[in-house]
Ligand binder design. Structure first.
Ligand SMILES: [Mg+2]
Length: 299
């Protein structure tokens, strides 16, 4: 297990000893001569472990640790205190402030290596956990069938976009896209074909959208698109583009048969609460359906 280790100590001799031992063990070493210097080095090099001297000029070890813990970017780097004091209270104090471990000077090479390895292991487990959590968060926002956002994400996203729009005096576009006569696809071709159509509709809609906008499956055969910072005319143009991209070419099913699929789109624009905008787009969708489907309608 090799890592990048920051050695922060005002003594050049201590730094040289630590560097030699750590490099012998295969680690990469960065040096800092005081607390301020250590914090700058952390920002620049993102070390895996920090060996931090307690007694240093400018900013001592305890004050440096407090600064590290207060910084979201740096707070998870394990800190091992280096102390010349034999006082247990001092050690306890350091651990209470959030230090991972401590080493008493003068240190033995074996003990140094063991403690650095333990700190490295902690760091890597934390990193792995963070990666997995991020992946779980991503998965929890994706609709498994269509691989676009699900309702949970759209709900949250819509709220954020509306609040940002209010702050910046802009409006949000909300479009509900509903597949026409979807029940017939399922009835005539089976549910697998129905699923394939849902996937293809999602893919075509996604391709027609701008990267800054969000598209998700709202439920059943209904999709919802959120357009940030788009005037009413832009929302109408997008609604029409989404309608066309579905109607333009037939869908090919797994058995080779080709079917025609169309969608109806209801759209609106504003900065009201999410429920209000969605409800209004839904009302417009109802109008598009009533007027004969394969068309768009504004609220
Ligand atoms: Mg010192």
């Amino acid at each position: 297990m090799n890592g990048t280790i920051l050695v922060a100590d005002d003594s050049m001799v201590v730094r040289a000893v630590l560097r030699r031992q750590l490099e012998t063990d295969g680690h990469t070493v960065i040096e800092a001569v005081n607390g301020e210097d250590a914090i700058d080095a952390c920002r620049e090099h993102h070390p895996d472990v920090i060996l931090l001297d307690v007694e240093m000029p400018v900013l001592d070890g305890h004050a440096t640790l407090a600064r590290l813990k207060a910084d979201p970017q740096l707070k998870d780097i394990p800190v091992v205190f280096l102390t010349g004091r034999v006082d247990t209270a001092d050690v306890v104090n350091g651990l209470r402030l959030g230090a991972h471990d401590y080493l008493r000077k003068p240190f033995e090479a074996n003990e140094l290596m063991a403690r650095v390895s333990a700190a490295l292991r902690t760091k890597w487990l934390q990193d792995e956990l963070r990666t997995r959590n991020a992946e779980l968060d991503r998965v929890s926002r994706i609709d498994m069938l269509t691989n676009i956002y699900n309702r949970r994400h759209l709900d949250e996203h819509l709220r954020q976009v509306i609040s940002a729009a209010r702050r910046h005096d802009r409006t949000v576009g909300v479009l509900i896209v509903d597949i026409d006569h979807f029940k017939e696809v399922n009835d005539e071709h089976g549910h697998l074909a129905g699923d394939a159509v849902l996937r293809e509709v999602a893919a075509r809609l996604q391709q027609a959208m701008r990267t800054e906008d969000a598209l998700g499956r709202w439920g059943g055969e209904e999709f919802l698109a959120v357009l940030t910072d788009t005037p009413p005319e832009g929302v109408r143009v997008m609604a029409e583009r989404l309608r066309q991209v579905i109607a333009a070419a037939p869908f090919t099913l797994d058995d080779g048969s080709r079917i025609r699929v169309t969608v109806s789109v209801g759209h609106t624009n504003g900065t009201e609460d999410a429920e209000v905008l969605v409800h209004r787009a839904d009302d417009a969708l109802y109008v598009a359906k009533a007027e004969g489907r394969n068309r768009v309608a504004a609220a």
